[in-house]
Design a protein around this ligand. Sequence first.
Ligand code: SRM
Ligand code: SF4
Length: 580
Amino acid sequence: MSTPPKRSAVESIKENSRQLRGGIADELARGSDHFSDSDKQLIKFHGTYQQDDRDARKDRHKEGTGKYYMFMVRCKIPGGKVTAAQYLAIDDIAGRYANGTLRITSRQGFQLHGVVKGNLQATIAGINQCLLTTLGACGDVNRNVMAAPAPFATPVYATLQELADALAAHFAPRSGAYHEIWLNGQKVAGGDDPDIEPIYGKVYLPRKFKVGFALPEDNSVDIFAQDMGFLGIVEQGRLAGFNLYAGGGMGRTHGNASTFPFLAQPVAHVALDQFLPAAEGIIKLFRDHGNRADRKRARLKYVLHDWGIDRFREVYATYLPFPLTPPRPVDIHGFPLFLGWQAQGDGRYFYGISIENGRIKDEGDFRLRTAVRVLVQRWQPRVRLTPMQDLLLCDLPAPAIADIEATLRDHGVLPPARLSLVQTHSMACPAIPTCGLAISEAERTLPGIIDELEAELRRLGLAQDKIGVRMTGCPNGCVRPYQSDIGIVGRSGDKYTIYVGGNLVGSRLNFELKDLVPMAEIVPTLRPLLEDFQRNRRDGEGFGDYCQRLGQKRCQDPFPAVPYINSQSPAGCKARPDVS
Ligand code: SRM
Ligand code: SF4
């Protein structure tokens, strides 16, 4: 009999942690500026990462002063819903303890950066005081549950949000460690937590686990990138059930071909009242069968990939208290951003503000953070954070319309011209200076690349095309770059791998166009392909669709010789889905 592979070091840290306590409380009391290696792993389950200021590394190394340690704190916000009071509280904490910015994440959460260890407890306690939490925002547990964020007053959208809340509550870690350490044993948010983990046990999950709720016409949560996705099936204006997807994930490691991005696959159809046992079945399957030896291959996607869908379904069926029903044929076709004004359907309106790379900040004449704070104070809207790192102000009366636009304009947020479509459809991860895994820049450099791309698209008459660009500072894929029309992934310092051929709804993976492209060459590398797209696209064909039609080899040819095809779609050619 072969011996089972040795479990990874993190497994022992979890097992010996007394349900996530470890030495965190002692280390906080001791007052050094950082945590030990094992507690550094455990604090993730509490919603915080130890980082260091990477801009300061060189100088501090020269001075011999060591790293400048600081912490990222992540809030778990199911469906991206915050009240006006919560928004203002987080804004206040960002100013008081962090670097004065709020970062909307690609999973509808908030992150604060630059918190020093001495302020960590006050930051996390402050977040709980406003009835938000950081518990389980990171670590080997169910992470923030995403849901289509639009506040439409319809039973469908409302139910999606309610179910996201119920699922988040059901799979939240139940250890009392969080309350003991950060809230001095007092339970402020949340109810009675017994100090046991009925689902996770002592070693929690093999790796992180992510869930999203979407609709065929609203896949803004990118259901294909989730470990588990619920795609709503609507009958007579109400949610009747779901197609359950499993096994999506983006992360890959350069030079390790056994790691790869993978799209979630439809596994079953579940009735509305079966959604929780159905979810529990997938999570338990992952708990029991996920790889606990190699963290680089520990995600659920590798179980599904290695087994194949048939065996996955067979094993999954043994975790279900009802027979497994096959998924229904459903076409996922919409990816709305909801920027600008929209009617909610109850006589009120919501307003979507595009936040470049999710960073809410004041910088010179651009005073976005102040503008949003003023508007939230004045109109007391519910606020929703979107999977594209944008922000929706909800429940507004008609008179708010003029005031909101004037306030954004006065604070330099609304430019004289409309934001370009390529900008509003782009995202970047934080990367340098905060992310310890970044090998290249992303958030700080994407705006310049977008400026250059905008000029190119204008020149080619393509400014009205919705082309999604997603940029990350390493291959982990934190803004889901492997599904977008254009993906730009940090490779080594100022060099990137460029991918093309995805689409806005995220229903297929893109492919490599070119590796090791210096940052200054990114737009010039795309230029011939954009020119050819402009000349030879089919009716309604998006840039990613066009690249997919051409195929990787011809896209990699600097001057792809595609025969000119006139603007009539050939019979049977499906126009691009509506992605307004
Ligand atoms: Fe992520 C790790 C930021 C969404 C895949 N991610 C990290 C860390 C914590 C770096 C670290 O481990 O030290 C980054 C912190 C950077 C910083 O300075 O803030 C980080 N990830 C982010 C955020 C903030 C990106 C953003 O621009 O918004 C997103 C936070 C979401 C949230 O609120 O929970 C974020 N990360 C994602 C997504 C997208 C998604 O979930 O839809 C992915 C791809 C989907 C997936 O999980 O496969 C993603 N992050 C990763 C991975 C690769 C995991 C893997 O399976 O290989 C890592 C690395 C790891 O876990 O070892 C990672
Ligand atoms: Fe960091 Fe890489 Fe994620 Fe960007 S993609 S935040 S560089 S881990």
